[in-house]
Design a protein around this ligand. Sequence first.
Ligand code: NAI
Ligand SMILES: N[C@@H](CCC(=O)N[C@@H](CSC=O)C(=O)NCC(=O)O)C(=O)O
Ligand code: ZN
Ligand code: ZN
Length: 382
Amino acid sequence: MSANTAGKTITCKAAVAWEAGKDLSIEEIEVEAPKAHEVRIEIVYTGVCHTDAYTLSGKDPEGAFPIVLGHEGAGIVESVGEGVTNVKVGDNVVALYTPECGECKFCKSGKTNLCGKIRATQGKGVMPDSTSRFKCKGKELLHFMGTSTFSQYTVVADISVVAITDKAPMDRTCLLGCGITTGYGAAVVTANVEKGSNVAVFGAGCVGLSVVQGAVKNGAEKIIVVDVNDGKEAWGKKFGATDFVNPTKLGGKSIQEHLVEMTDGGCDYTFDCTGNVGVMRAALEACHKGWGQSVVIGVAAAGQEISTRPFQLVTGRVWKGCAFGGIKGRSQLPGLVDDYMTNKLKVDEFITHRQPLNKINTAFQDMKAGDCIRCVVNMREA
Ligand SMILES: NC(=O)C1=CN([C@@H]2O[C@H](COP(=O)(O)OP(=O)(O)OC[C@H]3O[C@@H](n4cnc5c(N)ncnc54)[C@H](O)[C@@H]3O)[C@@H](O)[C@H]2O)C=CC1
Ligand SMILES: N[C@@H](CCC(=O)N[C@@H](CSC=O)C(=O)NCC(=O)O)C(=O)O
Ligand SMILES: [Zn+2]
Ligand SMILES: [Zn+2]
């Protein structure tokens, strides 16, 4: 399609979220050509993440409608706007909801993967020039997380995309656009789990299992998966967890008390991968006095707040969090793809469900079922 479509508007199918709390609607939409420093991508596969469902539910304070959701996508560059040098037509790419400009205060700090360059417009659902590239039935549609991967074609800022090898299958690399990278990075980059550590991972979905994978990579000794779903014990063990605890089966004892007993005083690292603020508190309080670190990864609903006794922090526990695992997408994602290609990073194992674009609402239902780790949507099957 690229030879004929560069510079022109493309009409394609997309799953449109017209309003909060309603199913997505498969529509023909118009996708404008990329402007300067923008890239138009044919999205070939996208994952569906709980954050998409969270925004669709209406609980995201930044959520606005109508919008094209989706942020876990892989595809092929169809055309580029003026001044784009980091990717070219035909490149296989992954869309990045955490961009990397390399020039802003955040990027230059060496302390975070959060890039400030386009965050304000991204949060408002528009491109960096404050306009949208999507239209449907004469109405403008908003962009989501700078990526909008639930469209067969999308436009992103050039700093929100990274080229990867064309040898890696896109139905797998799409998952590196969020869930796997988030959990793995949280363990390997954000916490930088030490060899021999005790680790507890609350919530064994795609994110939590990826934390387990990262903790194994860094040589953790004890990796305890905590989940209310007993079916997650086998999943945890498959990724290298050593223990499993169902917190609803402790006969009245709190999960933090149980973990402190299991680990001779508390965990060196804990991770919340549930988005439940009560779990976040338990994860902090399960940490070892003096040095235990708890990483918040889960996205809590609007209005929810975390709390604990300040004494927990006075006595040396550390509460922190991360987005996209602390991974810098343009610098570090190609390395993760290489790790996948050389069997150092599990990706295939996360795919439990598949759907075509025209069944994307079924993909959302799949995601909410207890047996789903990730559902991958084929965007060419509409
Ligand atoms: N910070 C970031 O950059 C990112 C955050 N997220 C967020 O991470 C969270 C996890 O995502 P997924 O793994 O895809 O979700 P998931 O729903 O597949 O997994 C969550 C797991 O937590 C378990 N769980 C629920 N309540 C629990 C409780 N009270 N105690 C113990 N376990 C409990 C569930 O049984 C499930 O196995 C979501 O909130 C998502 O929005 C996702 C990607 C990136
Ligand atoms: N918009 C929400 C917060 C949603 C959120 O925390 N998003 C994460 C990624 S979750 C991916 O599945 C994120 O990247 N956060 C950093 C950021 O700058 O948005 C709200 O307003 O609460
Ligand atoms: Zn996500
Ligand atoms: Zn930046």
